[in-house]
Design a protein around this ligand. Structure first.
Ligand SMILES: Cn1cnc(CC=O)c1
Ligand code: CA
Ligand code: CA
Ligand code: CU
Length: 769
């Protein structure tokens, strides 16, 4: 990662107390007024920048070194040039292979040397007698000397048909579609004004659907044809083609079925024949010369109330500089420290997440994002997108200052070697900024109930945000991690971008809303899966749920009467099965991870809580064909014993082979291990049902469209750790008439003016480097 800008004023002495006429406040961190207080733990050790680097993504030089090393192994037969066949061996992906947890902890917490830096490399072996995909460990970096296969759990092999798509295959598919659609030229030109072959200014394009078939080994894809204009996802022309491209030789590819405006045909020729004979029910699209404004961002119309919007709105600013620190991939803010990376495969991954030096989680990472659809057209009814199979960690395009992240953010570049000859630089793929939350972290107005007050006190609300995005064709996911100064971490995702839309047919209304003359917004469920390797005050943790039950007791202070009241029902979950909380049952409201041997000052087990912010629901009945590929979606939460062989709940290959998935999450819990006092991993599912509606045009909007979860301390500390923040303000009346008020604060009276940000700039390219 290249740090583009960094400005750190936190060390410049700007935070001295500014107390107006009062005695010094209580020392930060001590429970007020308690003379027996002694901290629970020895002085915390801050995470060290060089130590975080064991989790840093591979540099362009390291990516090239791995590529060159593998290309130099003749037995791998890697082709340097991509040809007109898929029967060749291709290096598809290179990324960091993080060290084992054991080795990492020995280094982070002990005296052991840094674990060796290693890469994960994915090779598509298309030129083998039995074509397959194999993953390798390559190391040590920066000068690799050896490689060995990296096995999936249970020794599962990855069939060639399960591989993700490559640009090369898309190019070959484009050529196949040129041939396939040629017979349809007149039908398309007359009724849409656009066509596919020799189209110049009037081109059709396509969206491809997955999974690509109905059973293992298949690779036959439905293609939706769309007018190639801004927002083409909203411009289906009513034509869908099923093309078999399972053979590595594109000369053996064939169209298997055609759907046009509600009717099926065996071939483009058959459809063309019906058109020429006048026996076809034709869908005449609006005039192609008319603007396609509806799918664009060009402003139109006006608000009937409010003031003009042709001036800038409110901005985030840092009048006294940054209050976070960034050293390479180590981020520190308000008690927090963590290491981060942006995996080309599945996206954001945090390691060694600590608060005040205490580790809370070893890893927090995105695993998968899916969208399963229903619809009336063959493409719609077949769409079950699993975005890890579309390289959702590699489509991290440039963030725009002032829109995607505040102008004052620190923007970071990342490098991916994913379906490319070498590393590509993705400029400004990550951003970091401190966000005024606009709501106090805490506040109280202490009324005297006579028109005045005893005191007012409040603490400004801030969070540090680490953000990236994945644009997976039509959809844009905005991935955030927020760090709050009270020990709360939030992980959330907003969904925006274009809906996945299909051609409107009257039968389509059962599956969504008509959102334009010929466009149906198809219903779908979004689910996102996270791995949360909580290490709450150590790696030995237990898990319990807590909710209320009601008791009916005799009233101890009114004989003969009864009291009905709630009490806390705690349910220790001793095995993985007991800890797998199914999606179709209500989730207990407290999900507690504790260290049974560590107590806070008040005698409670030090715990962290996972709190869902989600409306997830089932996407398919349990066990139905493709559902095996997303077995994690059966559970709001599952808790497993940490296993190095269970690093991820999904894979690059589940999308194109969900029927026999490379990773089947159910196998993580099938052995129903004991999870008391163990190194536990929490697997969190969040999501929502999206029934598209007119207001999804032009794009799905973010307000109300986010899901995620919080990690919240629960008796982990002795009090709210944000008492250490000096952003508090206390106001106390100095006389009975409230004519003199004492304002006590620890920050300057005035924050000073906001610094004007640089003018907007954007580059947008992601070239090889
Ligand atoms: C083509 N594709 C794959 N995933 C998406 C986003 C979800 O609908 C699009
Ligand atoms: Ca297990
Ligand atoms: Ca753990
Ligand atoms: Cu959606």
């Amino acid at each position: 990662m290249d740090l583009q800008r960094t400005r750190d004023l936190s060390l410049m002495g700007l935070w001295g107390p500014n107390v107006i006429g009062v005695s010094s406040p209580t020392a930060p961190g001590s429970p007020s007024g308690d003379p027996h207080y002694s901290p629970l733990h020895s002085a915390p050790t801050a995470a060290q920048p060089d130590k975080a680097s064991i989790f840093a993504d591979l540099t362009p030089a390291e990516l090239r070194a791995v590529r060159d090393f593998l290309r130099g192994r003749p037995e791998l037969g890697l082709s340097a040039q991509r040809r007109d066949t898929l029967a060749q061996n291709t290096l598809f992906l290179v990324e960091l292979l993080p060290p084992s947890k054991r080795a990492a902890l020995r280094y982070l917490d002990g005296d052991s040397p840094a674990p060796r830096r290693q890469a994960r490399a994915v090779i598509f072996f298309g030129a083998q007698a039995e074509p397959n995909v194999t993953e390798f460990v390559v190391g040590p970096l920066p000068r690799p000397r050896s490689y060995r296969p990296l096995h999936f759990k249970g020794g599962r092999t990855v069939p060639f048909a399960a591989r993700p798509m490559m640009m090369q295959e898309y190019e070959l598919l484009h050529r196949a579609l040129v041939v396939a659609t040629e017979p349809l030229y007149r039908l398309l030109r007359d009724n849409t004004g656009f066509w596919y072959h020799n189209c110049t200014q009037h081109c059709l394009t396509f969206s491809d659907i997955a999974p690509r078939g109905l059973a293992p080994g298949e690779r036959r894809t439905w293609f939706i044809l769309q007018r190639f204009v801004e927002g083409y996802f909203l411009h289906p022309v009513g034509l869908e083609l099923l093309l078999d491209h399972s053979d590595p030789d594109p000369l053996r590819w064939a169209v298997q079925s055609v759907w046009y405006n509600g009717q099926y045909f065996s071939s483009p020729q058959e459809l063309a024949k019906h058109y020429e004979c006048g026996t076809l029910a034709v869908a005449q699209l609006p005039d192609p010369a008319a603007p396609h404004l509806f799918s664009t961002y060009i402003p139109r119309g006006h608000f009937t109330t409010g003031t003009a919007t042709n001036v800038h709105g409110a901005k985030v600013c840092e009048p006294q500089g940054r209050r976070y620190r960034l050293h390479g991939n180590l981020l520190e803010y308000g008690g927090w420290s963590l290491a981060f990376r942006l995996r080309s495969s599945a996206g954001l991954q945090l390691f060694d997440v600590r608060f005040n030096g205490d580790r809370i989680a070893y890893e927090v990472s995105v695993q998968e994002a899916i969208a399963f659809y229903g619809g009336d057209t063959p493409a719609a009814m077949q769409t079950k997108y699993m975005d890890a199979g579309w390289g959702m960690g590699s489509v991290t395009y440039e963030l725009a200052p002032g829109i995607d992240c505040p102008e004052v953010s620190t923007f970071l570049d990342v490098h991916h070697l994913y379906d490319s000859e070498g590393p590509r630089r993705f400029r400004r793929a990550l951003c970091i900024f401190e966000l005024p939350t606009g709501v106090p972290l805490r506040r109280h107005f202490d009324s005297d109930f006579r028109g005045g007050f005893h005191f007012y006190a409040g603490l400004e609300g801030h969070a540090l945000v680490l953000r990236t995005t994945s644009t997976v064709y039509n959809y844009d996911y905005i991935w955030d991690v927020l760090l709050y100064p009270n020990g709360v971490l939030e992980a959330k995702v907003h969904a925006t971008g274009y809906i996945h839309a299909t051609f409107y047919t009257p039968g389509g209304r059962r599956y969504g809303s008509r959102v334009h003359s010929h466009v149906l917004g198809n219903m779908h469920t979004h689910l996102v899966h996270y791995k949360v390797d909580l290490d709450v005050a150590g790696t030995s943790n237990s898990f319990e749920t807590m909710d209320i039950s009601f008791e009916n007791i005799s009233n101890p202070w009114s004989p003969g009467a009864r009291i009905v009241q709630p009490w806390l029902r705690r349910q220790p979950r001793r095995t993985e099965r007991q800890a797998a909380l199914p999606l179709d049952a209500p989730l207990p409201r407290y999900l507690l991870f504790s260290n049974p041997r560590q107590r806070n000052r008040w005698g409670h087990m030090r715990s962290y809580r996972i709190q869902h912010h989600s409306h997830a629901g089932r996407v398919l009945p349990r066990g139905w064909k493709e559902e095996k590929g997303i077995a994690w979606s059966r559970y709001h939460l599952a808790v497993t014993r940490h296993r190095e062989s269970e690093a991820s709940s999904s894979s690059l290959y589940n999308q194109n082979n969900p029927w026999e998935p490379a990773v089947n999450f159910e196998s993580f819990i099938r052995n129903d291990e004991n999870i008391e006092d163990q190194d536990l991993v929490a697997w969190v599912t969040v999501g929502f049902l999206h029934v598209p509606h007119a207001e999804d045009i032009p794009n799905t909007a973010t307000p109300g469209n986010s899901v995620g979860f919080f990690l919240r301390p629960f008796n982990f500390f002795d009090e709210d750790p944000s008492v250490a923040s000096q952003g508090a303000v206390i106001v106390r009346p100095q006389d009975p008439n409230f004519t003199r008020l004492e304002v006590q604060r620890w920050t300057p009276d005035s924050a000073g003016p906001c610094v004007a940000p640089e003018p907007f700039s954007y580059n947008g390219t992601y070239w090889p480097v």
